[in-house]
Structure formats: C-alpha cells, structure tokens
Design a protein. Structure first.
Length: 336
C-alpha cells in the first residue's frame, strides 16, 4: 500500500512537471517569438527597466499581458471543467457545454448591443450573466437532489435558448456592433490588458485555495450521492460549494477573454488520460497548454492577422467529442 502510494505520488509529480514545463515553454514562445521576435537577454533587460525602442511597448503592453491572461484563463477553465466532470461523473458536464458560458455570452452581447458597453463593462456583464445562469440551472435541476444528467440537460436547454437570444440580438444591430459582439463571442486575447490581469489574479488568489479545500469532498461525490452520504459527507452543501467555486472560475475567465471554446471540455479528460485518474491541478496545467498553444497558432497561422484564440480551441472540440463518444462506446459506456 505504501509502495503504491509512493509510486502514484511520483507519477503525479512527473506528469505535473512535464505538463507545467510544456506550459512554460509555450509561454516563452508566445512572448519571444511571432511576428515580432525578442531575444532572451533583451526580454530580461526590458523587465529590468531598459528602454528598447519599440520592443518595450510590444512586450510589456501587448505580448506579456496577452500571454499571462492566456495562462490564467487556461488554468481557470481547466480546473472548472474538471470539477464539473468529476463531480457529475460525465465528460460532457463542462461550463461551455451546459450553458454557463452561454449565459456569460448572452449577457455580454446584450450589454454590447443594447447599452453600447465596451472593455470592462462587457467583462462585468459577462461575469454577472454567467453567475446568474449558473444559479438558475442549479435551482431548476436540484429538485429531489441535483442529479448529474438532470443538471446537464437543464444546462443544455438554457444554452439553446441563450444561443438563440444571442443570434437574434446580432441580427438586429448594425454591422459594426455585430462585428464587435462576434469577436468577443469567439474568445479572444487581442484586447488583454494589465487591468484584466489584475482582476483575474485577484479572483484566482481567492478561488484556487477554495477549490483546494473543497476538492477533499470531490472524491466522495464522484462515488455517487448515496456512497458520499455514507462516508459522512454533506452532499448538497459540498456540491453547492464546488459548483459555486467552479462557476466563479469559469465566469471570471470568460469575463477576461470571452467564451474560449472547448478548453474546459478538453482539459479534464486529457488530464485523466495522462495520469489515469482525475486531477484538478493537472487539468489546470493542461488548460494552460491548450490556450497558450492555440494562441501561438492563432497569432502566427495567417501572416499579418491575429485570429481569436477561440477559433483554434473550438476546432479541437468537435473531433475530441467524436473520439470521446467512440472510445466510450467501445468500452460499453454508451457515451454516458
């Protein structure tokens, strides 16, 4: 038993180090390479206060905040998705599938189209919308105790309605406003600023320790409500705490960069495949790798054009879903 635990601990540490190292490499590639390259010595000179014409502004006001935001939202989306998927025992139970990201999107687009919001106003609207829709989904699905399949179905229903609302609002506004809304809906790091970094860091400083404490109950909830109650867990209180914290993570990440598609959906299952079991920390680092890798591709795929990062991450979601369903059916799970 002791030997098995030691082996599992070493495997976990090795996997975390490998994925975190890959995230660091991608972070460096995004900052140093691309359409404007910066040498490592110049980068550290800039951080030290040296004024290198052109390079200082590009690094400190464009590349660095963009990459930091990418890293942070990747961690937030990855952990949020893994919490939902592990707790509800369903790989489809991620914020971007069950309607929470749609809630943030609908609220943000409403603010853009009806009230002319921009910048921080859109982020605040997205945050409020994500939290309100998550609360509505939980309250509607909790009758008789929240069952995973019920919450997922209610969330998908909300997502369909909110997607229709977003489409209606975009068709009823002028071309310039519609373009702004669509850009935000795709999930983009193009408008990253240090103000958004500050807000996101403050949120993660509060939410990540909360998730770490609540994660102790996650393994019990993964066994099912009856088994968790038999272990002495307060099932509804534990689930509500985990849901609230995971929703807040996803909402703050969406407010910072828009609904970057598929990151929350992909991170948890990939982390489970790498490690052989669920791991919130590994899922967060996997999310960071996905966002940073996708942003590097989005920034350099078309010369002279910086695509929204959500275009690349979204393209990964459909084939992964098909693969997930195919492997589930082969193992006799029926995709559920």
């Amino acid at each position: 038993m002791v030997r098995a635990r030691s082996r599992n601990r070493r495997r976990t540490t090795a996997c975390l180090a490998l994925v975190a190292g890959l995230a660091v490499i991608l972070f460096a590639c995004n900052v140093l390479l691309g359409s404007y390259t910066v040498t490592v010595p110049d980068f550290f000179r800039i951080l030290g206060g040296a004024d290198i014409p052109g390079a200082r502004f590009i690094v400190l006001e464009s590349k660095l905040p963009r990459t930091v935001i990418g890293l942070l939202i990747g961690v937030a989306f990855g952990i949020a998705g893994a919490v939902f998927q592990t707790m509800l025992r369903n790989p489809l139970a991620s914020p971007d599938v069950i309607g929470i990201s749609y809630g943030a999107s609908a609220s943000a687009v409403t603010a853009i189209v009806l009230f002319g919001a921009a910048g921080g106003g859109v982020s605040v609207a997205a945050l409020i919308g994500g939290l309100v829709v998550a609360a509505a989904i939980y309250l509607i699905s909790r009758r008789g105790g929240v069952a995973g399949y019920r919450l997922i179905l209610v969330g998908i229903g909300f997502g369909a309605v909110l997607h229709a609302l977003v489409s209606f609002l975009i068709t009823r506004t002028d071309l310039r406003t519609a373009s702004q809304a669509v850009l935000w809906l795709n999930g983009s790091l193009n408008s990253s600023t240090w103000d958004r970094v500050t807000v996101l860091v403050a949120a993660l400083v509060v939410l990540l320790p909360a998730i770490a404490l609540l994660a102790r109950t996650l393994h019990g909830l993964e066994l099912g409500d009856d088994a968790a109650a038999g272990l002495g867990l307060r099932v509804e209180a534990s689930r509500l705490g985990l849901l609230s914290t995971a929703v807040a993570l996803a909402a703050f990440a969406t407010a910072a960069a828009g609904p970057v598609a598929s990151v929350a959906f992909l991170s948890g299952p990939i982390a489970r495949r790498i490690l052989g079991r669920p791991s919130l920390m590994l899922a967060g680092w996997v999310g960071a790798v996905i966002v940073l890798g996708a942003d590097f591709v989005a920034s350099n795929l078309v010369p002279g054009t910086s695509l929204p990062v959500g275009v690349v991450t979204g393209a990964l979601g459909a084939p992964f879903l098909l693969w997930l369903l195919a492997t589930a059916n082969r193992s006799g799970q029926g995709g559920g």
